[in-house]
Design a protein around this ligand. Structure first.
Ligand code: ADP
Ligand code: MG
Ligand code: MG
Length: 198
């Protein structure tokens, strides 16, 4: 079973990974975006860390809902509402329990990824964060490590894709040949989950 501290550590590990990789995320967002993905997520996850410290939530669901709300209110770009929705919906699915099973985490994340697809109107193959999140969550049934690896491979697989959603889609064919920044940060999110799951 996974307790409140597990989810707090997941968010803290994500914040650390985003901080470590911020420059790279912004570089990936340069040729096919507006070069702010790293700074957007840095601002968001720094605020998440502060919010979790300021008013420590008492359940796994509350940790993720607070993190999601904080991302929505602090990240200006497309990724803020999308990641915010992912975490809020996942947290809502976890309900009020003090501890949750890995199967409950898998089901909740599945619903969270569905909410991202609904909000953004994207599908796998459109060169977005969903290209890491969908295979990642599908592999959660195996292990957290398998999910992180699948997300990483999903991010790499965005390179030859033509962007159909978000800013990168404005480039049409010129979006081909670049890795999607949001898929890359989604791999960091699932990588952090694998890290804290041990
Ligand atoms: P912005 O494009 O507003 O500057 P960011 O740079 O923070 O926002 O985030 C860009 C990332 O958001 C993209 O790399 C992509 O993965 C993701 N994204 C953009 N639009 C969508 C969408 N409609 N559905 C899913 N993900 C999207
Ligand atoms: Mg951007
Ligand atoms: Mg922007």
């Amino acid at each position: 079973m996974r307790d409140t501290d597990f989810f707090r550590r997941w968010m803290t590990a994500t914040a650390a990974a985003v901080e470590r990789e911020a420059d790279r995320l912004t570089e990936l967002d340069s040729p096919i975006g507006d070069a702010d993905h790293g700074s957007n997520l840095m601002r968001g996850f720094t605020a998440v860390r502060a919010a979790l410290e300021a008013e420590p939530p008492q359940t796994p669901g509350a940790v993720l809902q607070l993190a999601g709300r904080t991302l929505i209110s602090t990240v200006g770009g497309a990724s803020g509402p999308l990641y915010g929705t992912l975490l809020r919906r996942t947290g809502k699915e976890l309900g009020e329990a003090a501890e949750v099973s890995d199967e409950a985490v898998r089901q909740a994340l599945y619903a969270g990824v569905g909410a991202v697809a609904q909000l953004g109107g994207a599908a796998p193959g459109d060169k977005t964060m969903l290209d890491a999140l969908v295979p990642g969550v599908a592999a959660l049934g195996t292990s957290y490590r398998a999910a992180a690896d699948a997300a990483e491979n999903g991010a790499l697989a965005t390179v030859p894709m033509l962007a159909r959603k978000g800013r990168a889609s404005y480039l049409g064919e010129r979006s081909i040949g670049h890795q999607d920044p949001g898929a890359t940060s989604s791999a960091l999110l699932l990588g952090a989950l694998a890290e804290v799951a041990g």
